[in-house]
Design a protein around this ligand. Structure first.
Ligand code: HEM
Length: 222
């Protein structure tokens, strides 16, 4: 390899590292509106100790963390295909697609859907990372707020429904994780490992939707 092409290859590799999800979580957001780890975020009203108690109730153990992390490389190059399936489900479910409609036209707002989709892709990587630190916890609170009247539409300046109704939040755990399973099985993992990765995803997504429900619950009753 000529010195010039070596330099180019090194630069390309450095740039690739610069846009990996974990780097994105720590530096300026490469994804518009993705603010994990940023100082501007409010501190979550629940603690890491609360999270540990919730994990125990969900039978969520270190084994689940291992299986979530195993899923990361399996899912990494399937992100767009997974998002196609999830977005297809929302688009074909009238009760859900209304939350992305433009108030003026009444039709799904493609700019809004597209902006949220980028952060949803990052969320797949973050869920598989299973790094439960304060920055992650604070971002859970933020994601919850972004589904409610407090913050929905604000990140993308969308003119859409003012909130996602609470009843759909945890329910969505089922379509999200059921449709994920075939993707977990696509890269040659054993059937037993696929089952365990799937179970870990079900627990993690349910756990997150429970954390996101905080702003919907009456003060002092979460
Ligand atoms: C398992 C349940 C769910 C998961 C995993 C999920 C995941 C996400 C993620 C990762 C984001 C982007 C967060 C960010 O800004 O970084 C988001 C935003 C959003 N989700 Fe959900 N969601 C769930 C339930 C729902 C349901 C039931 C609806 C109803 C259609 C919905 C509609 C939306 C909308 C409209 C936004 C954009 C909010 C905004 O304006 O910022 N979500 N969701």
């Amino acid at each position: 390899m000529k010195p010039n092409s070596l330099l180019t290859a090194t630069l390309v590799a450095a740039l690739a590292v610069a846009v990996t999800p974990s780097a994105a979580a720590q530096s300026a957001p490469a994804i518009p509106g993705y603010t994990m780890g940023q100082k501007t975020l409010a501190k979550a009203p629940y603690t890491l100790a609360n999270l540990e108690s919730l994990k125990r109730t969900l039978l969520f153990t270190d084994e689940d963390i291992r299986y979530l992390r195993m899923s990361k490389t399996i899912l990494a190059d399937q992100t767009e295909a997974i998002l196609d399936v999830w977005y297809g489900f929302v688009a074909s479910t009238p009760e859900l697609v209304v939350y992305f409609k433009n108030n003026k036209t009444g039709a799904p707002d493609s700019a809004y859907l597209g902006a949220v989709r980028k952060r949803f892709g990052q969320w797949i990587a973050d869920t598989a990372d299973a790094n439960y630190d304060q920055a992650w916890l604070d971002y859970q609170y933020e994601i919850g707020l972004r589904h409610t009247v407090a913050k929905k539409n604000k990140t993308d300046k969308a003119d859409s429904m003012p909130l996602v109704n609470f009843r759909y939040l945890s329910a969505m755990t089922i379509p999200v994780t059921t449709t994920l399973k075939p993707f977990l099985a696509k890269k040659g993992a054993s059937a037993a490992d696929v089952e365990k990765m799937h179970a870990a995803w079900v627990k993690s997504v349910l756990m997150q939707t429970i954390l996101w429900s905080y702003p919907y619950v009456q003060k002092g009753q979460f």
